[in-house]
Design a protein around this ligand. Sequence first.
Ligand code: GLU
Length: 506
Amino acid sequence: MPNRLRFAPSPTGDLHVGNARTAVFNWLFVKKYGGSLLIRIEDTDRVRSESRFEDLICRDLKWLGLDWHEGPDRGGPFGPYRQSSRTAIYARRAESLLETGSAYRCFCSEEELGRQALETRRSGVARECPRSCRKFSAREVAQRLKDSHPAVIRLRVRSGKVVFQDLVHGEMTFDSAVVGDPILVRSNGIPTYNYAAVVDDGLMKISHVLRGDDHLSNTPRQVLIYEALGWPLPVFAHLSTILGPDRTRLSKRHGATSLQHFRDQGVLPEALLNYLTLLGWAPGEDQSEILSPEELVASFDIERVSKSSAVFDSQKLYFFNRHYLKECDPSRAVDWASAYLRREGLLDKVDSGVRQWVGLVVEAFLPGMDHLSQISQKAHQLWSFEAEKAVQDEGVRRVLSLPGAARVVDELRNQLSHEERDVVREWSSIVQSVKSASGQKGRRLFHPIRVALTGKDSGPELDKLVSIFEGGSQLELPHRIKDCRARLNEFHGAMLSRGLIPSCSR
Ligand code: GLU
């Protein structure tokens, strides 16, 4: 039997990391072992399901780099792939279950069930349904239906053990008494999740069900439904729960967990794919955790999926992202960075000159970034040079109190006062001249230069910044960027006015 897997999201919200991890494992399985993957939209919850979420989920899966063979967007031989379009299929199967006696109509009202549930809790005997409607004869059922009594369809659960194989948890055994007689179809004709999922998995010839272990307790019910339909069981694999850093189930309380959030932040899809795969799976001992999509497929092994819970750690995700950002094609990073800078109003038109310049900005600031959206905050300093403020900064004051610092600033100003000098091209010889004239080297040379040009005591490499200041000052940007000379003159002036440079020093 060919491998056929499915990812079956409920379109009730954005795709979050837990569901995305399930999709990734299904995808990896098919890529590794062969077969086909389908997407099925489980929209039986008519109140909470929205088609825009279906679109967002499919968009995010594609962004992550996943693909599939069948689904609502692609069609396929086992469609329709949206449960809301399959109501007649569920009804037909339910009729046949009623005919064979595997299911029965239950007329208990909500109030009645509520009262009995309370009774159950008091008596401590777990049972979802009192099963009192099992005993109605066909005539009694027909009469009640004729009298318009609302009825649900329930599975007539047999007694005894329910056993199934799980690739992660091994053989699982439950007593059928714990599951009651589950509802298959509600009185409004809408199927329940357990029933619809089994009918679909059966008719869509699903061979392996890989899903979150929050569904483990549903599986005995589903196994009993398979039995009633006379269908073989698929192989199950229930993936461990994803926890937050405090080891409680990952939820919104832990901060944003949707894929969209990470995408908006500028996390690369390959970083997220790599990280999600490590939630519940680990490569072999001597293998690196940094794995490209192709390497992930090659090393994936369903036997090594762990049943212990995985902790989602955004810092580790950013560690992967930093790696992939360094590796990625620079033009891709420039596209993203330009979009962030535009959003902040720091850029407007992005022509080839601006792109080239953004490339320099990305290259300079990338080493300190977890994700690309930080570019706006980092690059802000290019525009926000204020010498008066800078000379009051504690870190800057510390640098200026280094022996010879004032001399370095003074000499740099002297070097740049030759208007004909090309600051970018001649930067190293300018620094050399400052060095020999001031007699300072190393930290005592470079730190005063840095504070004078940037107003900060740390940051990207100086020569990169110099190219950025000079290049930026030539561009038509919504806010002007000061070139090195302007910066230095301002800074020198601020030092003078605060008595940080003796006015007679030159
Ligand atoms: N629609 C279910 C969910 O989103 C999927 C359950 C399953 O895979 O069987 O949790």
